[in-house]
Design a protein around this ligand. Structure first.
Ligand code: G6P
Length: 612
């Protein structure tokens, strides 16, 4: 979702801002724009479409200037168009602003401004806020910084705002509430970004701005203040991401690179935690809340999207080995309910980005009610990581492809480790089973590599089915959530309608869809449900459906009744989802590529959903 970039320093701002915007393309967007300070005046360039379209449109125009801001927009208020693109210019033409988030009370502010004679060039909430700030500046005859502070006290919603104007040369004024903002500290220069990727090649020193903070950023000065105008000492942290991590490294797409990174990222998510030989799991966050976790008679898992699917797998694992009641909630719905949460209840929050707006609010609400929040988060220092009482990072590295892949398998590993640790502390798992599962986990990276080595056969299957109009994905038990995830991946990447369903439940509806044109993907590895799923496959075949089965290597019974099979190595049913999902990621990827689609930036989707 919207990406923001800023630069002020001694270098030319335009190339840095454009490159930064390209680094943020993965977030999903529909238009792009830049504002520069040029000879004491702000100048705007913006365009619907990609950053490359913006560059082309700018052509040979003068883009000189050492201070600038840039934006990729994901439309919320007003369709994608040149005029709704950011930056926006205030009525006087003196202030330019970019914004990520939603101003919820913009309609009210807009009618106040209408009464004062303001007209608007766009349909955006951003332009309303910008003029509201300028009106306050005029009425109070105050500085832009002061006007911003006053305006924000009236604003409800979420935002990161960057402003440049005619009166404050070499200065970017920024504010944040509910959307991410990172400031990179260089020598006589500062960088601003929605995340650290736009600044990675220039500096490793960053400051994460907190909610309700304002930043006044000049080449040689960074002033942080709270909304009450008190100065705050910036806390400079060192990034441990390398530039290579955000580049394609020879792969055609980030999605493919990230799928192929999984043997390593799965290993990284266990590194330093799992010692299968010694029979130990080291997780300090879980250890810290061990008493509460052991005593908990209910665990609530909150997440969105693919992370929610990881939660669904975890539900079955916790229930099975920790013997505890687990509820898995979609944060986007949960945040608006009035759930029963009492002091001491345990909430596990799962988020790759750590910035998903709905997930943030859901856990803020739970925290207020006294719940203990354990975060399973990928992005270090993100909002959710900071809001959590404790937790475990997933260590999957920077994920750029919009469709989440390696972050998902890392989430499964971390959630399984937490469940195993709790089960062991609680005594709800036998020593033998515990040891076996540790060894099973340890073997996953190698088994993931085994699957990836057979990617060519999955590519062939993708070619065969790429023109299907619909797909059905079915699974039982632990693999039900993988059926959901497989269907989600296909929808996201190929725009083919796909539905995930519990295999046995399909008789209550989806079976009506089955004919000789419907591919049905069964996640049918050898587990406690094997015989049952063989029957489900036969039911589909009896109705002439085309069956693609993900099976345990050597499963003759299912091979015989399926049109196509994809094998995974034998694995315990608890850890199998970490493997069964990999062929489904590849299947979606190859179908998307075969259809000539932009798999890294599918239409309408955003990597980091920072609005509700
Ligand atoms: C978006 C992304 C998904 C992701 C979901 C939740 O929809 O496109 O890939 O699973 O947000 O994001 P989170 O960062 O909280 O895991």
């Amino acid at each position: 979702m919207c990406g923001i970039v800023g630069y002020t320093g001694t270098k030319q701002a335009y190339p840095i801002v454009i490159k930064g915007l390209k680094r943020l393309e993965y977030r999903g967007y529909d238009s792009a724009g830049v504002a520069l300070q040029q000879n004491g005046k702000v100048k705007l360039y913006k365009k619907q479409g990609q950053v490359a379209d913006l560059e082309e449109n700018i052509g040979t125009q003068n883009v000189e200037g050492t201070t600038g801001i840039g934006h990729t927009r994901w439309a919320t208020h007003g369709e994608p168009s040149d005029r709704n693109s950011h930056p926006h210019l205030s009525a006087s033409g003196k202030i330019a602003m970019i914004h990520n988030g939603i101003i919820e009370n913009y309609a009210q502010l807009k009618s106040e401004l209408h009464r004062k004679g303001y007209t608007f060039n766009s349909d955006t909430d951003t332009e309303v806020l910008l003029n509201f700030i300028e009106e306050i500046k005029i009425q109070n005859d105050c500085s832009l910084e002061e006007a911003l502070r006053i305006a924000l006290k009236r604003v409800t919603g979420a935002y990161v705002i960057l402003l440049i104007d005619d009166e404050n040369p070499d200065t970017i004024i920024a504010a944040r509430k509910g959307s991410p903002l990172v400031i990179g500290v260089g020598k006589n220069e500062h960088f601003l970004g929605s995340d650290a990727s736009p600044m990675l090649e220039y500096t490793k020193e960053v400051v994460y701005v907190n909610d309700y903070e304002l930043a006044i950023v000049k080449p040689d000065e960074l002033i942080l203040k709270n909304i009450g105008n008190e100065k705050i000492t910036p806390y400079i942290q060192k990034l441990d991401i390398e530039l290579a991590a955000i580049e394609k490294g020879g792969y055609d797409h980030f999605m493919l690179k990230e799928i192929f990174e999984q043997p390593q990222t799965i290993f990284d998510s266990m590194r330093g935690r799992l010692d299968a030989k010694a029979g130990t799991i080291t997780m300090s966050g879980v250890q810290q809340y061990s008493e509460q976790l052991i005593k908990a008679n209910r665990i609530i898992i909150v997440a969105c999207g693919t992370s929610w699917h990881a939660g669904l797998v975890a539900e079955y694992i916790f229930e099975e080995i920790c013997r505890v009641n687990v509820e898995v909630e979609c944060a986007s719905d949960y945040r608006y309910r009035n759930p029963v949460i009492n002091k001491g209840h345990v909430i596990i929050v799962i988020s790759k980005s750590g910035e998903t707006a709905d997930t943030i609010v859901a856990i803020e609400n739970a925290k207020e009610k006294g719940a203990i929040i354990l975060g399973v988060v990928n992005v270090v220092g993100s909002s959710i990581a900071r809001l959590s009482h404790a937790g475990a990072y997933t260590h999957a590295g920077h994920e750029i492809g919009v469709a989440s892949t390696k972050a998902f398998t890392a989430q499964l590993v971390v959630l399984t480790l937490i469940a195993l640790k709790v089960a062991y502390m609680k005594g709800s798992i036998s020593n033998e089973r515990y040891k076996k599962l540790l060894a099973e986990l340890e073997a996953i990276p190698e088994k993931a590599a085994w699957i990836l080595n057979r990617h060519e056969s999955i590519k062939k299957i993708a070619e065969k089915y790429k023109n299907a109009r619909d797909f059905l994905y079915l699974g039982r038990g632990y693999n039900f959530a993988i059926a959901l995830e497989g269907a989600l991946k296909l929808k996201e990447i190929s725009y083919i309608h796909a539905e995930g369903y519990p295999a046995a439940e399909m008789k209550h509806g989806p079976i009506a869809l089955v004919d000789d044109e419907l591919p049905v993907v069964f996640v049918a590895t050898k587990d406690a449900y094997h015989e049952k799923i063989v029957s489900n496959i036969s039911e589909i075949k009896a109705r002439k459906g085309m069956v693609i089965s993900v099976i345990t290597e050597g499963d003759e019974a299912i091979t015989e009744i399926s049109d196509d099979v994809i094998s995974i190595p034998e694995a315990d049913e608890i850890v199998a989802p970490m493997l069964t999902v990999i062929p489904l990621q590849l299947l979606s990827y190859y179908i998307g590529v075969a259809k000539n689609l932009d798999v890294d930036k599918p239409r309408n989707l955003a990597k980091s959903v920072t609005v509700e």
